[in-house]
Design a protein around this ligand. Structure first.
Ligand code: ATP
Ligand code: MG
Length: 435
């Protein structure tokens, strides 16, 4: 294939074998979100560029170098493919008065995000997040709920090697005090910083603490800690979260260098990390962002949320080997001849209307080659319709798996078909359970 026609680097096709696993995962996630009272919201993939600059912060990796931004060729509007969901979700809530008219909101969304990063395992240019935002909640209860619900999801998925890291970023006043102390400290060691560190010294010094440069580790380890600048209120909030986590039996590590890559966070922030995915080990991250709604022009409202990286979670799920079986149809219908084909269409539609998954053979071929396809499909039963059946208005049913396979085959009238198929499928299920 001509390379210029292939998918954009870092943007992946998800082929059927894998997409079925995605759908299974999404089903589990949807049920889980409903159990906690979260409701879906869907936002556009494209937003005005200033929304992200304002929400995420000018001096962040995302805004500085990762956004897919462009001008609309027709009207010159500055647009960006969303790099994350919180800004869009908050914008939607403000624009439609969700919190003002209906009170606090528990929301979730799911979909692709776009960041121009160097593609590698667990890091793509189009990737997927499941994001949760709780708008209008001030207390530590909602922070704890978010962490406890994620822990429950890991349990349900059978992921046991993700661990929790926690930090408190305090209030903006406390961060300002800490920031001054941090800048003074970093000025003293300026000649040891790397280029990015020097560039961020006055614009976003907190982010220097988050550096991945090994040469800077001991230097940032010795830097003034935000924890030492927290006031009573911030401490009480953090302690409130920790108490509920202790009650729930959730272990965590306090990581005073956990600052998150986006500017909008305050108070409690958290990350779930694993060692099993190499360098891309964070599978879920979030925290409180009390000033964002006001910053985007809404009436001030506290809020907290988190996002999970779907590709990374699925990679971990796959490593743990707890994958669902490939989905097979329940019935595969084979047929030969004009009258048989017309009967096969009616039979298949009847079964589907009664909730049975049917693949109807298309494309002709001998009965033998059609039966091979039926076997390969993994279906439990085949419908076999030839001239005889067509003339009698009946359908032959042939078990393809289990004890009956190869042996018994029976014929039924069209209007008795659903019942006999359901009976046979349910019998199979009971047999399986007894084994
Ligand atoms: P990282 O430090 O790995 O770049 P981040 O802090 O930029 O992560 P967030 O903006 O917090 O990530 O996004 C939440 C989650 O989305 C991450 O924890 C990760 O699981 C996932 N994620 C972020 N960027 C990517 C990407 N480029 N490809 C795949 N997953 C990603
Ligand atoms: Mg990043």
């Amino acid at each position: 294939m001509n390379p210029s026609l292939q998918a954009v680097r870092g943007m992946n096709d998800i082929l059927p074998d894998e997409a079925e696993i995605w759908e299974h995962f999404e089903d589990i996630v949807r049920d889980w979100l409903r159990r906690y009272g979260y409701r879906p919201i869907r936002m556009p993939l494209v937003e005005p560029t200033p929304l992200f600059c304002r929400a995420i912060g000018e001096v962040t990796d995302i805004v500085e170098k990762e956004m897919y931004s462009f001008e609309d060729a027709l009207n010159g509007e500055k647009l960006t493919l969303r790099p994350e969901g919180t800004a869009s979700c908050v914008r939607a809530a403000i624009q439609h008065n969700l919190v003002a008219s209906h009170g606090p909101q528990r929301l979730y969304y799911h979909g692709p995000m776009f960041r121009h990063e160097r593609p590698q395992k667990g890091r793509y240019r189009q990737f997927h997040q499941i994001g949760i935002e709780a708008l209008g909640f001030a207390g530590p209860d909602i922070d704890a709920e978010h962490i406890i619900m994620t822990a429950a999801l890991w349990k349900e998925l059978g992921l046991d090697d993700v661990r929790l890291e926690l930090n408190s970023l305090g209030s903006s006043a406390e961060r300002a005090q800490h920031r001054a102390a941090l800048i003074a400290y970093l000025e003293g060691v300026q000649d040891q910083l790397d280029e990015e560190g020097r560039r961020r010294l006055y614009t976003n010094p907190l982010r220097i603490l988050d550096t991945k440069n090994p040469a800077l580790q001991s230097l940032v380890e010795a830097a003034p800690k935000l924890a030492d600048y927290l006031g009573d209120e911030s401490r009480a909030h953090f302690e409130g979260v920790r108490m509920l986590l202790d009650d729930a039996g959730i272990a965590y590590r306090l990581n005073h260098r956990l600052v998150r890559g986006l500017d909008y966070y305050n108070l409690g922030v958290f990350e779930w990390v694993t060692d099993r995915l190499g360098a891309q080990g964070t599978v879920c991250a979030g925290g409180r962002y009390d000033s964002l709604i006001e910053q985007l022009g809404g009436k001030p409202q506290p809020a907290a949320g988190f996002a999970m990286g779907v590709e990374r979670l699925l990679a971990l799920w796959q490593e743990n080997g707890q994958l669902p079986e490939r989905h097979a149809p329940q019935v595969y219908a084979v047929h030969q001849g004009e009258a048989a084909r017309r009967l096969a269409f009616r039979a298949a539609e009847n079964l589907r209307a009664d909730g049975i998954d049917v693949v109807l053979h298309c494309g002709g071929g001998s009965f033998k080659s059609q039966m091979k396809k039926a076997d390969a499909s993994g279906a439990a039963l085949a419908l076999v319709i030839g001239d005889d059946e067509a003339a009698a208005g009946e359908i032959s049913v042939k078990p393809l798996r289990g004890d009956d396979a190869g042996g018994r085959q029976w014929r039924v009238a069209l209007d008795a078909l659903s019942e006999t198929i359901w009976d046979s499928l349910l019998d199979d299920e009971t047999d399986m359970e007894q084994k």
